[in-house]
Design a binder for this molecule. Structure first.
Ligand code: 4NP
Length: 162
């Protein structure tokens, strides 16, 4: 089983998209049963909420339904449960590295590899961060989708070859 946690700041815009897109991708590949996929936020502002309607709509336009997802915050125990914890941007990555150190210092199991989503982007002008779309307009969500869709395929390949 490959356990993957996608993480952004609020767990209502980017990481719910990544969870939905990556789950759909492994379903298409016929290997969904060997993946356990979830998403979380480094912040607790939106715990319990549905994904932002703009994320929901962006994915509904692609035929993906993420409306049942609910936001949660990253827990120290996640570092012992997941194999990969995938950050949407550098800020989330730095926060996750810090949390990983705390998990280790508390003697918790800490096996997760913390990685950046766009390290798996395939193409030219490799962007570093999936930009936070929360305060922008609709196109920001479509752009996030394009980045996440591309990198999901690269992430899947990397995990399959691991
Ligand atoms: P996310 O976007 O990290 O992609 O879920 C955000 C959601 C909420 C806020 C910021 C970013 N916020 O400040 O409430």
């Amino acid at each position: 089983m490959n356990k993957i946690l996608f993480v952004c700041l609020g767990n209502i815009c980017r990481s719910p998209m990544a969870e939905g897109v990556f789950r759909h991708y492994v379903e298409e590949q016929g290997v969904a049963e060997i993946f356990s996929i979830d998403s979380a936020g480094t912040a607790a502002y939106h715990v319990g909420k549905s994904p932002d309607v703009r994320s929901q709509k962006t994915l509904l336009n692609k035929g993906l339904d993420i409306t049942a997802q609910r936001a949660r915050q990253v827990q120290l125990e996640d570092f012992g449960h997941y194999d990969y914890i995938v950050a949407m941007d550098s800020h989330n990555y730095n926060d996750l590295k810090h949390l990983s150190e705390i998990a280790g210092s508390q003697g918790l199991l800490n096996q997760a590899e913390v990685v950046m989503m766009l390290d798996y982007y395939e193409g030219d002008n490799n962007p570093i961060d999936v930009p936070d779309p929360y305060y922008g307009h609709g196109d920001g969500f479509e752009f996030c989708y394009e980045l996440i869709h591309n990198a999901s395929q690269g992430l899947y390949k990397a995990i399959s070859e691991d």
